[in-house]
Design a protein around this ligand. Structure first.
Ligand code: DAK
Length: 258
């Protein structure tokens, strides 16, 4: 996809890769960049060939957070009028699997962006933190909510209050990330995982993501009713027939996302 200033994006096979591309500023996120990331994601979400979206950063870090230089002059009225949260809200609407491949610093808004991913693979040595309190503010793009839902209130408060750096090992232990790999294998391992997902029936993955996201917020009974509707829906797909026929015929299924 062309025409972006602060990201690069490519599609290889069924995998789209979006790279944050402001490495000299450690991929600190300015407003235009956030708009470009979500625009690229929405485009890939609609493109049939793309089955998995990978989000990563160029250079030594995934992202050192929001661009402090850009936001230091903000006031409540400018923030309200800019309505940048409208862009951030769109991340929750992406239906395809998003895998974040992170390394170096994953801070503040960069951590919030990483938490918008469904799966996080981190290079060893990656450091996560919410340093917002040290700037006299707090996370505003989902950090307090998503971190608490993943790691629980106890660790979320400790990490958000102190801004301490969380190692990849600690993040893994508390369910914030899925996997740690050697830095030189970050993209190789991420693409391997992305391709594994791309071989699965896309509609199943889509409705599993939808149902799991509901599980985070719904009471069990309502969540199970919701799950059931998605379960029924998949029996209307060609991939359900293909998957079950392939099993009976002892062959590999060929899924088309229909
Ligand atoms: N903003 C702007 N520039 C940054 C930056 C940032 N967040 N982080 C790093 N840079 C720049 C540095 O200024 C430096 O630029 P030059 O001096 O070379 O021109 C360059 O990147 C390399 O950084 P360092 O020289 O500092 O590199 P070090 O390895 O020594 O240190 C560091 C790396 C990551 C520890 C350090 O750079 C650092 O502490 N960075 C700031 C971390 C931080 O506080 N991040 C912001 C948190 S607040 C919102 C949504 C979200 C947010 C806000 C609003 N809305 C929708 C309204 C989110 C807020 C945040 O993220």
């Amino acid at each position: 996809m062309n025409g972006f200033e602060f990201i690069e994006s490519t599609v290889t096979g069924n995998i789209a890769v979006i790279e944050l591309n402001r490495p000299r500023q450690l991929n600190s996120l300015n407003r235009k960049m956030v708009g470009e990331i979500i625009t690229a994601m929405e485009t890939f979400d609609r493109e049939e060939i793309v089955r998995t979206i990978v989000l990563t950063g160029k250079g030594r870090s995934f992202s050192a957070g929001a661009d402090i230089d850009e936001m230091r002059g903000d006031d409540p009225i400018s923030l309200e009028l800019l309505n940048q949260f409208a862009d951030w809200d769109r991340f929750s609407l992406i239906k395809k699997p998003i895998i974040g491949a992170v390394k170096g610093f994953v801070l503040g808004g960069g951590f919030e962006l990483a938490l918008c991913c469904d799966i996080l693979i981190a290079a060893s040595g990656t450091e996560f933190s919410f340093p917002e309190a040290s700037l006299g503010v707090m996370p505003g793009a989902g950090g307090t909510q998503r971190l608490t839902k993943l790691a629980g209130r106890t660790k979320a408060l400790e990490w958000l209050w102190t801004g301490e750096r969380i190692s990849a090992e600690t993040a893994l232990k508390h369910g914030v990330i899925n996997k740690i790999v050697a830095p030189e294998l970050l993209m190789e391992e991420t693409l391997k995982f992305a391709n594994r997902l791309a071989e699965q029936p896309p509609l199943s993955l889509r409705l599993i993501k939808d149902s799991v996201n509901k599980a985070v917020d719904y009471p069990l009974y309502e969540g199970m009713q919701y799950e059931r509707k998605n379960f029924y829906l998949l029996f209307a797909s060609q991939d359900q027939k293909e998957g079950m026929n392939a099993f009976i015929e002892k062959r590999r299924p060929d899924f088309h996302g229909k």
